[in-house]
Design a binder for this molecule. Structure first.
Ligand code: 13P
Ligand code: SF4
Length: 378
């Protein structure tokens, strides 16, 4: 996605002037605007957000204000697409910087997934394979799943969604994050060595033998998040040695061995909750994006919160939502000039909505049955 450079006046503003202008533009828009902020956004953005959360919570929050004309999504492109799909046409979703994408989402595209599906359905009946896409994917991949009786999942509901998927078919094609798929499958008792394979889109049969595919229950796309790949077991061991009694919480996009060496894992909202609910004096080493870890440390001065990675690990695409872009977008909206609207074409939005609605239905039903379903603590 390409973002045109901002008019030079925005880079000449001081931080204070930028924030003051954001506040003024937001106030002048009043109830016409709602600002959503993902947990990985920097504090300078979060301070202006009406809602903050993980990708599941924000997808739900986006639908809470049908009266608002604009939903300004401070997050990444796939999140803004999801908000557009779930809200009526009368609401416009704005991404302040169009180049805020997700490198993991870019690891699977519709042509590769269609080619994979063709190969798999040459071996198995289509109704025996359930396609599941992680929220971190383009809208056309969500539509691909919706059209084939598949579903979307996030890091907060992956277990409930995979449980549902295995009630529908014998095997699951999971994309694009192999790690979330593997970590969730292991928690469900699926053997990673014999019942899971990795699908490399550049190789015939994804680099697998026909026999391995026939045995596989979970076919994991070869995708990953470069931020979460930085966390290692050695970092966990070092933290435990340096701070006896420290607890380790990581995001399930981390490698299997990191998740297994941690005390608990879960979505960004889960990480926020588990630290908030821990007793004063608790010590936490956190394996996720640095802006969230720094915020947790600042918000809980009675606890010790550190990042597992001693070298900073920001999500560079989330970071592209700079206050200058938010200021520029809000001022344009206030002047009646709609900029950076994210609009998913209706033919794609229709089937993507089917997959997203299915996800919401399964998640909410699972939460009613077991209120802790979104927590992945072991
Ligand atoms: P959450 O749904 O946990 O916020 O995760 C989104 C994400 O992109 C993590 O890298
Ligand atoms: Fe994508 Fe990783 Fe950034 Fe999350 S942290 S938005 S998965 S690149």
């Amino acid at each position: 996605m390409v973002q045109a450079p901002l008019p030079p006046e925005y880079s000449q503003l001081s931080d204070e002037e930028t924030h003051e202008r954001i506040r003024r533009a937001k106030a002048s828009l009043g109830e016409r605007v709602v600002i959503l902020g993902h947990h990985y956004q920097r504090d300078e953005i979060i301070q202006h957000a009406d809602y903050r959360g993980d990708s599941y919570k924000l997808a739900r929050d986006a639908t809470r204000h049908p009266e608002a004309e604009f939903i300004v999504f401070c997050g990444v492109h796939f999140m803004a697409e999801t908000a557009d799909i779930l809200t009526p046409d009368t609401q416009k979703v704005i991404l302040p910087n169009m180049s805020a994408g997700c490198s993991m989402a870019d690891m699977a595209n519709i042509y590769q997934v269609r080619a994979c599906w063709r190969e798999l359905t040459s071996l198995f009946p289509p109704e025996s394979i359930v396609p599941v896409t992680y929220m971190n994917s383009a809208a056309n991949l969500k539509a691909f799943c919706g059209e084939r009786d598949g579903i979307v999942c996030t890091s907060s509901n992956a277990k409930a969604i995979l449980t549902w998927a295995f009630e529908q078919g014998e095997r699951v094609l999971f994309f694009p994050d192999q790690h979330l798929g593997r970590n969730t499958g292991i928690k469900m008792g699926i053997d990673p060595d014999t019942e899971m394979v990795v699908w490399n889109p550049d190789l015939p049969l994804g680099g697998n033998t026909e026999e391995a595919l026939r045995r596989a229950k979970l076919i994991l796309w070869k995708g990953h998040c470069s931020v979460h790949m930085r966390f290692t077991v050695a970092q966990i061991q070092a933290a435990r040695k340096m701070y006896p009694g420290i607890k380790v919480v990581v995001h399930p996009e981390c490698r299997r061995e990191v998740v297994e060496a941690a005390d608990c894992d879960g979505s960004t909202e889960y990480i926020v909750r588990v630290i908030r609910e821990s007793p004063p004096g608790s010590k936490w080493a956190v394996g996720t994006e640095i802006n969230l870890v720094h915020r947790l440390a600042a918000e809980h001065p009675d606890k010790f919160v550190m990042c597992l990675d001693p070298i900073v690990c920001p999500c560079s695409t989330m970071y592209r939502i700079h206050p200058s872009y938010l200021c520029w977008a809000l001022e344009n909206l206030a002047r009646g000039n709609v900029v950076n609207q994210v609009k998913v074409p209706e033919n794609i939005a229709h089937w993507a909505r089917v997959a997203l609605d299915r996800m919401i239905e399964v998640t909410e039903a699972a939460k009613r049955a077991e209120p802790t379903v979104t927590a992945a603590a072991r």
